[in-house]
Design a protein around this ligand. Structure first.
Ligand code: ADP
Ligand code: MG
Length: 378
């Protein structure tokens, strides 16, 4: 297990200027402003967030390629970094495998040689014998489905194959932890999608423990066991993909992961996990609310577009039924979105493309109470 505690990193350059963000405390500027997380054995843990939020800095700090300003990092009981005790293990001592966005394969070497090289340059005491090197290379080339290309020049591989080669090269040393920084972002859209599944399969088959960095929310949702959503050098929420999506802890998370409807409302009753709120447009009831607010609190309601059940007829017997007028309709092939105006509020609905209601039509929609999420107002 990897643990990261109170990790902070500021880049103060020699000219006295600094980049990143201002800390709460004062003028010091932090690229990573104090993050805590654990990665369990066999888990693919993702750092997800917009460009510049501190994902790479966090990863490089774990790798030992960046010296954190503060914090503690341990892996399977070994202390990799501890600012209080002056511990900073060298990157090549940490036993990690790394694959980056610009996965520079060695162009003048064969596929086989690309993978065997990291073993051949190990210190003599640790270096496996020739036969074992050969066996281990063959084995990782098999799992990455490159066995047939062993003798080929690395440059004669396709983009996806080069990507797998970079992975094979990182795997061959049998790292305790893999660090992957946007490894798919240089591939075209189609290949990226295939590779998501391949990477996930490999990770599962080999029971790899990995930290995966991406700014792509669908990639994170598909691949991860757990996700940490980062914003401005901090973690806003850690959870399983489904939790992050259905129970966003903050407005930032709700907005960043997919799209959502936000409605400001006042709490009128709380009983167990059932909360009733009044918005300017009407009343809503929410079920399964974990952190219940107090009566009188102002809250933000988040409703995913696909949880808005739209119809031409009023049903009357369903909770959270509101009426409005279709303002726009957008067909996107596999789904269709209708924007419904309710007073001055615009509610987005996402449906199966069989549903198509022209703008100007009066419509009704409802939302199941367990799909009504309360987001703390920040
Ligand atoms: N070597 C560096 N020197 C100065 N500032 C840096 C350096 N690397 C990153 N930063 C700054 O730190 C912040 C976080 O960057 P980074 O960790 O690369 O974010 P991400 O990987 O999420 O896009 C950004 O504001 C970035 O400009
Ligand atoms: Mg980055």
């Amino acid at each position: 297990m990897l643990t990261v505690e109170s990790l902070k990193k500021s880049y103060d350059d020699t000219a006295g200027r600094a980049s990143g963000r201002r800390s709460d405390a004062g003028t010091r500027v932090f690229a990573v402003g104090g993050v805590d997380f654990e990665v369990h054995d066999g888990e693919l843990f993702t750092l997800l967030g917009p460009s510049g939020c501190g994902k790479t800095t966090t990863l490089r700090s774990v790798a030992g390629l960046e010296r954190p300003t503060e914090g503690r990092v341990t892996l399977g009981g070994r202390v990799l970094f501890d600012s209080k005790h002056g511990v900073n293990m060298r990157a090549n001592q940490r036993g990690l495998g790394m694959v980056f966005q610009s996965y520079a394969i060695w162009p003048h070497m064969s596929v086989f040689k690309n993978v065997s090289f990291p073993l051949e340059v190990m210190p003599r005491a640790k270096r496996p014998g020739r036969k074992e090197i050969e066996d281990r290379v063959r084995q990782v080339l098999e799992v990455t489905e490159l066995g047939a290309y062993a003798a080929r020049a690395a440059t004669k591989l396709s983009g996806g194959q080069q990507q797998r080669l970079a992975l094979a090269r990182a795997l061959v040393t049998r790292p305790e932890l893999m660090l992957l920084d946007e490894p798919l972002s240089n591939l075209d859209a189609k290949l990226r999608e295939t590779m998501r599944f391949e990477l996930k399969r490999l990770q599962r088959e080999l029971n790899l423990t990995a930290i995966y960095v991406t700014h792509d929310q669908s990639e994170a949702l598909v691949m991860s066991n757990r996700i940490a959503v980062m914003n401005q050098g901090r973690i806003e929420q850690i959870g399983k993909p489904r939790e992050i999506y259905t129970k966003p802890a903050t407005r930032f998370v709700a907005e960043f992961i997919g799209t959502s409807n936000f409605i400001e409302a006042k709490v009128v009753s709380v009983s167990g996990g059932e909360v009733q709120v009044d918005a300017a447009q009407g009343r809503l009831v929410a079920h399964g609310v974990e952190a219940a607010p107090a009566v009188g609190d102002t809250v933000l309601i988040s409703i995913r577009p696909e949880c808005v059940d739209l119809s031409r007829e009023r049903r009357g017997d369903v909770p959270n039924e509101w009426s409005g007028t279709v303002l726009t309709r957008a067909f996107m092939g596999d789904v269709v979105d209708h924007i419904v105006g309710v007073g001055d509020l615009e509610v987005r609905n996402r449906s199966n493309p069989n549903l198509s209601i022209p703008p100007g039509t009066e419509v009704h929609f409802s939302v199941a109470p367990d799909k009504v999420t309360l987001v703390p107002v920040d």
